[in-house]
Ligand binder design. Structure first.
Ligand code: DCT
Ligand code: MG
Ligand code: MG
Length: 572
């Protein structure tokens, strides 16, 4: 895509030219085109190839001069006018604008006075208290700059799905309280339930887009406003991620939701298919002979009109789902409602925060049919793992609670898989359990072959119902163990061991790709939350979302079975 590169150059031309009265209008023209380029679906280079300079001049705001700049960029990779200006002001505006209240004027002043080009330079100058003396800044704004920088530094870029979903829902409930916003939906990677998010994307329809944007920038977690326009506004949230709000016309809602849900690769392919059928698809609609046949229609209409099954958002990654949809073979995916219980839970007996009874009550609120109490075993000292005797004693507690409550509480453990693949409890103890999870927690840096054999040995004991968090990765923190999941899956199939999809926000393990990979085998899965307190149950939606990203139907997931079916599976 050349659009965003050229838009970046035009934005910078705006930044520099806007500070001088004489070039202010020229600057505004560049800015207008930059925004246009960023939001248009067609690639300018395609446009130019097909229709020449005339095609470019059809873009709103593009006159002959700007069109020639675009052509120059497409041919040479640069724009001479910009190169000249840039050598005078070699400033990384985008970087600096991440600081609240810092615009072109101030950025250029900082460069002229102190040679500040980017956030690093700014940080250094602020630490040396050089900012306070610059006219228009002062001590207070120097402090604010330092605070802003330290917040930005704590970010790793992409945030976890759990955090983003939470934030997105807060924004939506805040916006929908007003009477001028009609509909408000999550789009982008958040809607696709991707494990990490680059930003949060939200769509709204409204009678008054200006009021909507004003409301949006006053959201309590907004730290600064990055872009404010009538159709698109971007704010930086205190979590460090940005949120895009797009206000759209009610008549293009379905097309806009399809477009802004992405993924980009999925959309590119869908747009090509549309063109192949003599349609044109963009965020405003599905056009046939210049009339929008998708007006006021939903997403499903668009897919169906292109002779495809509707594709659930979680599948839209261009991983073969489009081909499947064209053959009308999109599977029915599992949904949160199908889940009948949670089979991985911790209590105060090991490292959980709540008692078994408290966990039972929270499960009743979820209307679950069954749960499994699966505390850690003695090998895992840091999680206060317990031994055989303590498990046996604990089962009395479970028996009593089973009599008291209308939910089946299964006796279980999350037993450590020791270095040689043996299990950290005696066979007789395991024999008294309904549901045994086995997990690797210690000695995680092993050669691939050894780790694979270790896990297979554990499965081959015949005692393991579920292989817990099979790859051990922690998102943004620790990569997965070296393990050959194909081999492991073969043994899971043979020994009726389900693979876990662990829903805790940092794990999501197995991940989508590994689910796709292992589901070639005749294996089952168990979607669990690994809760350590009563609130943990809510993470089930993350595991279900991950399962949907891995194309799973409910028939492959053991905790969608009723109690009878589940008990049969667990008995092996
Ligand atoms: N989009 C598109 N074509 C483009 C740019 C964007 O179809 N040239 C759509 C697809 C995704 C959606 O807009 C939102 O864009 P992003 O927020 O950039 O992507 P995302 O899928 O939400 O991923 P990320 O987690 O990185 O934000
Ligand atoms: Mg996004
Ligand atoms: Mg976005």
């Amino acid at each position: 895509m050349s659009n965003s590169e050229i838009a970046g150059i035009f934005e910078n031309l705006y930044n520099i030219l806007s500070i001088d009265e004489k070039t202010k209008f020229e600057a505004l023209a560049y800015q207008r085109v930059a925004r246009e380029l960023q939001s248009m679906p067609d690639d300018v280079s395609d446009l130019y190839d097909k229709y020449g300079i005339g095609g470019l001049m059809k873009i709103p705001g593009v006159g002959k001069g700007i069109a020639q700049h675009i052509i120059e960029y497409l041919k040479t990779g640069k724009i001479e006018k910009y190169e000249k200006i840039k050598s005078e002001y070699p400033i990384d505006f985008k970087d600096l604008f991440r600081i609240e209240g810092l615009g072109p004027k101030k950025a250029i002043l900082l460069y002229k006075k102190l040679g500040i080009k980017n956030l690093n330079d700014l940080k250094k100058a602020a630490e040396e208290h050089k900012i306070a003396d610059i006219p228009g800044f002062g001590k207070k704004s120097e402090e604010l700059i330092l605070k802003n920088i330290s917040m930005l530094a704590s970010l790793h870029g992409r945030i976890l799905l759990a955090q983003g979903l939470n934030e997105a829902r807060k924004i939506i409930s805040y916006l929908t309280k007003s009477d001028f916003i009609d509909r408000c939906f999550i789009a982008g990677s958040t809607r696709r339930m991707k494990e990490t998010l680059g930003d949060i994307d939200i769509l709204a329809t409204s009678k008054d887009s200006k009021k909507t944007m004003d409301l949006f920038i006053n959201f309590e977690d907004a730290r600064s406003v990055m872009i404010k326009g009538e159709t698109k506004t971007t704010i930086l949230l205190s979590t460090g991620v940005t949120c895009d709000l797009r206000v759209i016309n009610d008549a293009s809602f379905g097309a806009a939701l399809q477009y802004f849900t992405g993924s980009k690769d999925h959309n590119i392919k869908i747009r090509k298919i549309a063109i192949g059928n003599n349609y044109k698809l963009n965020e405003y609609g599905l056009f046939y002979n210049d009339s929008n046949i998708a007006a006021s229609k939903d997403e499903k209409f668009i897919y169906n009109r292109l002779n495809m099954d509707y594709i659930p958002p979680e599948m839209r990654e261009d991983r073969g789902e489009i081909e499947l949809a064209l053959q009308h073979r999109i599977p029915e995916l599992i949904s949160l409602n199908d889940i009948k219980g949670d089979l991985h839970l911790h209590t105060k007996e090991s490292d959980g925060l709540n008692t078994t009874e408290e966990m039972v009550n929270a499960a009743l609120e979820k209307r679950y049919e069954y749960i499994a109490m699966t505390n850690h075993t003695k090998n895992l000292k840091i999680a206060h793992g317990i031994g055989d005797q303590d498990f046996i004693k604990y089962f009395d507690t479970v028996d009593k609670l089973n009599q008291k409550y209308k939910i089946k509480i299964l006796k279980g453990a999350e037993v450590d898989i020791l270095k040689d693949g043996s299990l950290d409890l005696k066979d007789e103890t395991l024999g008294q359990m309904d549901c045994v999870i086995a997990s690797v927690h210690m000695n995680i840096s092993m050669e691939k072959e050894d780790m694979t054999q270790r896990v297979i040995n554990a499965i081959k004991t015949g005692k393991v119902n579920i292989l817990g968090h099979p790859t051990g990765r922690l998102i943004n923190k620790r990569s997965s163990y070296e393990i050959e999941l194909d081999e492991v899956s073969k043994y899971c199939e043979k020994y009726k061991t389900a693979l876990e999809i662990n829903s805790s926000p940092e794990r999501l393990d197995l991940n989508d790709e590994n689910i796709l990979k292992t589901s070639k085998y005749n294996v089952y899965y168990s979607i669990n939350t690994d809760s350590h307190n009563i609130y943990g149950y809510d993470f089930m939606e993350l595991g279900v979302g991950t399962a949907r990203r891995g194309w799973l139907g409910k028939e492959k997931v053991i905790n969608t079975m009723d109690l009878n079916g589940l008990m049969k599976f667990l008995k092996k």
